[in-house]
Design a protein around this ligand. Structure first.
Ligand SMILES: Nc1ncnc2c1ncn2[C@@H]1O[C@H](COP(=O)(O)OP(=O)(O)O)[C@@H](O)[C@H]1O
Ligand SMILES: [Mg+2]
Length: 360
């Protein structure tokens, strides 16, 4: 399977209501050809509904869905040229691996003579060539998910949709499948829309991530954009590993946190309720920070938790607010870490001093 003409996707003012329930508020979303976009949000936030609009399983209450340059709003799923992978593999248990992968070719009435070569190619992509005659029942969970992937790609769709395809797998397998998906995407140049509630998965895979909450697309951006300029307290809390502390606005670049005045490199939003969103890894123990412009905070260590790849340190500031920082566990860093009960000075760079309004 070669790199092919991939199609972009455009959701234009689509909404979905079920009776009184609004599953998806008015949504506008443009996805570029070849882009990998994740839909990330808690359970019930509207991810599957949005994916269903693209796949054609869900008809919008208003608005339209465009794939390539065509209005596909009322086109049934099998005529949309889309490959789909769900959480449950949805493979046919009574068919062999090869028959499962050939199924979309049969359904699309492609000439039978071409099936074997296409199946072989699709299976090779997921490193399962040679498994054609195997029984589905004898495969591991990871192998089944790879068969499901091969089946979604065998007819060279212009768009691939995936709904939590790895969530049934254990952590180790999930992580290796994530890397495999990443490589596959790079190799195929496929347009992929991927539903997940796991932020690390979204970060690993995506060019851009769309954050959903209560049926609303709150923000879409690259992983860096979401980290550095979260739109509100929901995004700041959902992305990364942050502590949110209430602060007051002093001026366009300064805030007050208890007795501390902090400078932010970015404009402080002009809202009544503001939070400082501090990512745990952005706080540096002061002796290591030479930067004179950095914000300084001082508190008492209430807890240190060794977590293998990092140490979490909980710090109580003078006004009582609790801050968490994460330190590397190499020898030098551990040496400079005071004991529980002792005072600690930390610094936060103005570029890492992120202030967000409360989500509405
Ligand atoms: N067929 C349906 N009938 C009624 N309500 C639905 C239906 N599908 C989804 N919903 C509701 O729409 C909201 C969004 O659901 P969904 O898109 O499945 O969320 P997610 O995939 O993010 O968990 C939820 O409140 C859900 O209960
Ligand atoms: Mg869902």
């Amino acid at each position: 399977m070669s790199k092919r003409e991939m199609k972009g996707v455009s959701i234009r003012g689509a909404t979905k209501r079920y009776g009184q329930t609004v599953a998806l508020k008015e949504t506008h979303l443009d996805i570029k050809p070849g882009e990998f976009v994740s839909l990330l949000g808690p359970s019930g936030s509207g991810k599957t509904t949005l994916l269903g609009l693209l796949g054609g399983f869900v008809t919008p209450s208003a608005g339209s869905i465009w794939i390539g340059n065509k209005d596909m709003t009322y086109t049934p799923p099998h005529k949309r040229d889309i490959g789909i992978v769900f959480q449950s593999y949805a493979l046919f248990p009574h068919m062999t691996v090869g028959e499962n992968v050939a199924f979309p070719l049969r359904a699309r009435h492609q000439p039978k003579a071409s099936w074997a070569a296409k199946v072989k190619e699709a299976l090779a992509m997921v490193e399962l060539d040679g498994y054609q005659e195997r029984n589905i029942a004898h495969l591991s969970g990871g192998q089944r998910q790879r068969v499901a992937l091969a089946r979604a790609m065998v007819f060279e769709p212009s768009l691939i949709l995936m709904d939590e395809p790895l969530s049934a797998l254990d952590k180790q397998l999930r992580e290796s499948m994530q890397l495999e998906l990443r490589r596959l995407h790079q190799r195929l140049g496929a347009t992929i829309v991927y539903v997940t509630h796991d932020q690390s998965e979204a970060l690993t895979l995506s060019d851009r991530i769309a954050i959903l909450r209560n049926g609303e697309l709150v923000q879409i951006g690259t992983p860096q954009e979401l980290h550095n300029t979260p739109k509100d307290s929901f995004v700041a809390d959902f992305i990364g590993d942050a502590t949110l502390l209430p602060v007051t606005r002093v001026d366009s670049h300064q805030i007050r946190l208890g007795s501390h005045t902090l400078t932010s490199a970015r404009p402080v939003p002009d809202a009544t309720e503001l939070f400082l969103a501090v990512q745990t890894e952005k706080l540096l123990i002061d002796s290591a920070a030479e930067n004179a412009t950095a914000n300084r905070l001082e508190g008492q260590i209430t807890d240190t938790i060794y977590q293998g790849n990092s140490v979490r340190v909980c710090l109580r500031l003078q006004d009582g607010s609790l801050l968490t920082l994460r330190q590397p566990t190499h020898y030098a860093a551990c040496q400079q870490l005071p004991a529980v009960g002792e005072r600690l000075q930390v610094s936060l760079h103005p570029e890492d001093t992120i202030v967000v309004p409360r989500c509405t």
